[in-house]
Design a protein around this ligand. Structure first.
Ligand code: F6P
Length: 341
């Protein structure tokens, strides 16, 4: 079988592990030929192909990024995009397609599957907000990086008696904020799931600094917003592709806190550092497991499904079931983050 493979949306550490697994398992176990499409759906629409054989995947397991390249392009949102994808698939005689991506790429996958293409998807996003899977590739590395950052911020916060704000990624869900906040011992975690009341934040900081502490660390997800009707107004700033402008909420929160409390306050925006560098062992393992499961699934004739981690088991879930849903952080996890202040 000729199997196509692409990685779409924002890159994450662990993508190369998935690519490597698809090629090794696809070639070695099933005798498939794997064809890579560069830069996500863009490459599939443009016919930008590269062969994927064992020499192409040598020494990639520990590397970040994606050897295929990626892009934020969605064929169903482009005039003639789906037709261009179908034409390339026909030209390259691709019988099944494996797409590794986050919500945008998976939505595109379900549209292309509706057009009759055999597709198996693999979830990746540092935001960990893909519905239907306990974990997505890249999340563990991002949490590890963010936790290390919070650890490092601790010592300088304490030396200078400062309020330190650490802004992490997480557009619609605060998984990185909640997990790095708990693991790093942050005093407050602000996530999109629970809009915050700036007056309560200020009261908490004043009380803590009066009572026993000289510094505080707040981890804020980029998608966090103040509660409606509270005394801070803020409009989430979006870039040209609907992405959140990095640093916007962190800087604004820092300015509000400094003004309202008079505490010396600093802001650190982690940004794309969270998506770069070496994947953790967990992400290499998850990428490898999902890659094997995806190529096994296409070989068994599956289509319109996504590999998912449920507990410690890799299962297949219908793409139709996850469309349009966001997996948010459950309130009990946010409560843990709040309780340990
Ligand atoms: O969706 C993953 C993500 O890393 C978000 O957390 C972030 O808002 C966005 O991608 C950044 O996108 P870009 O790399 O296009 O700036």
């Amino acid at each position: 079988m000729r199997v196509g493979l692409l990685t779409g949306g924002g890159d994450v550490p662990g993508l190369n592990a998935a690519i490597r697994a698809v090629v090794k398992r696809g070639e070695g176990e099933h005798g498939h030929t794997v064809v890579g499409f560069r830069h996500g759906w863009r490459g599939l629409a443009d016919g930008d192909v590269m062969p994927l054989t064992r020499p192409h995947i040598r020494n990639v397991l520990a590397t970040g990024g994606t050897l295929l390249g990626t892009a934020r392009y969605h064929p169903h949102a482009d005039d003639g995009g789906i037709d261009a994808v179908l034409a390339t698939l026909e030209e390259e005689r691709i019988e099944a397609l494996i797409c590794v991506g986050g919500d945008g790429t998976l939505h595109a996958a379900s549209k292309v599957a509706e057009a009759g293409v055999r597709i198996v998807a693999v979830p990746k996003t540092i935001d960990n907000d893909v519905w239907g899977t306990d974990r997505s590739i890249g999340f563990d590395t991002a949490v590890t990086i963010a936790t290390e950052a919070v650890d490092r911020i601790h010592t300088t916060a304490e030396s200078h008696n400062r309020v330190m704000i650490v802004e992490v990624m997480g557009r619609h869900a605060g998984w990185i904020a909640a997990c790095s906040g708990i693991a790093g011992g942050a005093e407050l975690v602000l996530a999109p799931e629970e809009p915050f009341d700036i007056d309560r934040v200020v009261r908490f900081l004043r009380h803590r600094h009066r009572a026993h502490a000289s510094f505080s660390i707040i981890v804020v997800a980029e998608g966090a917003v103040p509660a409606e009707g509270s005394s801070m107004t803020y409009q989430t700033q979006l870039g040209p592709f609907g992405e959140i402008v990095a640093g916007a909420i962190g800087e604004r929160l820092g300015a509000e806190i400094a003004e309202r409390t008079g505490f010396d306050t600093r802001v650190t925006v982690l940004g794309h550092v969270q998506r770069g560098g070496t994947p953790t062992p967990s992400d290499r393992i998850l990428g490898s497991r999902f890659g094997v499961a995806a190529v096994d699934a296409v070989s068994a004739g599956a289509s319109g499904v996504m590999t998912a981690l449920r507990g410690d088991e890799v299962v297949l879930v219908p793409l139709a079931e996850i469309a349009g849903k966001v997996k948010q952080v459950p309130s009990d996890l946010l409560e843990v983050a709040g309780t340990l202040a």
